[in-house]
Design a protein around this ligand. Structure first.
Ligand code: ADP
Ligand code: MG
Length: 394
């Protein structure tokens, strides 16, 4: 694969004293090392001569320059880059003046195939002259993605803090307005001013909306302390179901519940988990038109006997690919009247209970799965459970 004019490998014989005792041919080891470096998918190696002609190109460099190695050897770098349509490759003649460079950035490819590189260039000296140079390409795509994620979550944190401060400021005048509206309503009722009374009622219901938004923001930024008790998912769902059924009836949605009566015991904050189920149930109902079917299903998971899952399954249109990464971000909403807070609150609550939320979606509908850790292996505890565990199951 490697031609003898591209790299002088005779030096390696003196430099590495590998395997001499075992009688392994040292040049073969050096050759394998070189091959492995040249085949590496995360690091690229480019060797240039004093005319900036390519003397060696590893597979990464071949991929960037879109040519086979044999097509690149002895071709000038400028020409190879031009032919490949590669612009702004940050390698220039200053290397031949003896100036090394470190950490120059370069992006290759587009869309899903886009990769980010950092380039280090080093002149090669002999007897006071520069006889060539080598350039190393380091793949930093993952690192940059991680940095972007961190920046993103920092931004969200800041938004959350600002929102929490604002929410506090809104709550105080809101309480006063609500109080005076009630008084106003009373005197209007006394004077039988029905039209004006209707206006006041509208104001009151709009105030209620602001109030619940403010409460959501406060919950998101400063969650109440979770109070974990031993319970079964089923009992929480049963308490929450009437509220959801109301919503479903209003929207013409069918509601199914597949329970698991002997399901395992979990540690949960019942009120908070109810809120999670309600939020997700509402989202499902909102996503479907009349005639949709919402199914709430308890089940065991494939992964572990110490987990239980609740699926919230809808027959809606699914979630767009480009939205999927953002649905858990605070304030992300595709609804005119939405707050975009529901799912971020759900995630926070479920995480505090040691669980996770999974989503799978397609044109046939969406499944949100809440996975929670259990106190016992599923199916192992029967009805005699109360006596078997050192706590009450509620
Ligand atoms: P909101 O309901 O106020 O918009 P959420 O945080 O509850 O805020 O949801 C964020 C977004 O996620 C919604 O606006 C919607 O685009 C999307 N979404 C959530 N659940 C579903 C679902 N079951 N089907 C389709 N889209 C959904
Ligand atoms: Mg919602």
């Amino acid at each position: 694969m490697h031609e003898s004019n591209s790299i002088d490998r005779s030096r390696s014989k003196n430099r590495w004293n590998l395997g001499a005792k075992e009688g392994i041919d040292e040049s073969r080891i050096a050759e394998r090392l070189l091959e492995s470096i040249l085949d590496d998918e995360n690091t690229g190696v480019l060797l240039l001569d004093s005319g900036l002609r390519i003397k060696e190109a590893s597979s990464v460099v071949c991929w960037i320059l879109r040519r086979k190695r044999s097509q690149l050897l002895n071709v000038s770098l400028e020409k190879a880059a031009e032919e490949a349509g590669v612009i702004r490759l940050p390698i220039d003649g200053t290397l031949l003046d003896g100036a090394a460079f470190r950490g120059r950035s370069y992006s290759s490819g587009t869309g899903e195939k886009r990769r980010e590189w950092l380039l280090d260039g080093t002149p090669l000296w002999e007897g006071g002259n520069v006889i060539g140079a080598h350039v190393m390409f380091r793949d930093v795509t993952q690192v940059l993605r991680l940095e972007e994620q961190i920046r993103h979550s920092d931004r969200l944190k800041m938004i959350g803090e600002v929102a929490a401060g604002t929410a506090h400021e809104i709550r105080n005048p809101l309480t006063a307005i609500k109080g005076f509206m009630q008084l106003l309503g009373k005197s209007l009722a006394d004077r039988e001013m029905h039209r004006e009374l209707d206006y006041v009622k509208i104001v009151a219901s709009e105030l209620e909306r602001i109030n619940s938004l403010v409460n959501d923001i406060l919950l998101l930024s400063k969650p109440k302390e979770v109070k974990l008790v031993a319970t079964r998912i089923g009992s929480i769902i049963k308490e929450m179901l009437p509220m959801l059924r109301n919503e479903a009836v209003m929207r013409g949605t069918l509601l199914h519940y597949e329970s698991w009566p002997e399901g395992p015991v979990i540690m949960a904050d019942k009120e908070m988990l109810k809120q999670v189920l309600l939020n997700m149930g509402k989202n499902a109902i909102e996503a479907m038109g009349t005639g949709g079917v919402l199914t709430i299903r308890e089940r065991r998971t494939e992964v572990s006997a110490m987990e239980v899952a609740v699926d919230i399954i809808d027959t809606g249109p699914g979630i767009d690919r480009e939205h999927l990464d953002r649905i858990f971000d605070p304030f992300f909403t595709t609804k005119e009247q939405g707050t975009g807070l529901g799912l971020s609150i759900c995630r926070r609550i479920v995480h505090e209970m040691g669980g996770t939320i999974q989503v799978s979606t397609g044109p046939e509908g969406t499944i949100f799965s809440i996975i929670l850790p259990t106190l016992s292996r599923s199916g192992e505890l029967g009805t005699g459970l109360g006596g078997a565990l050192p706590f009450d199951v509620v």
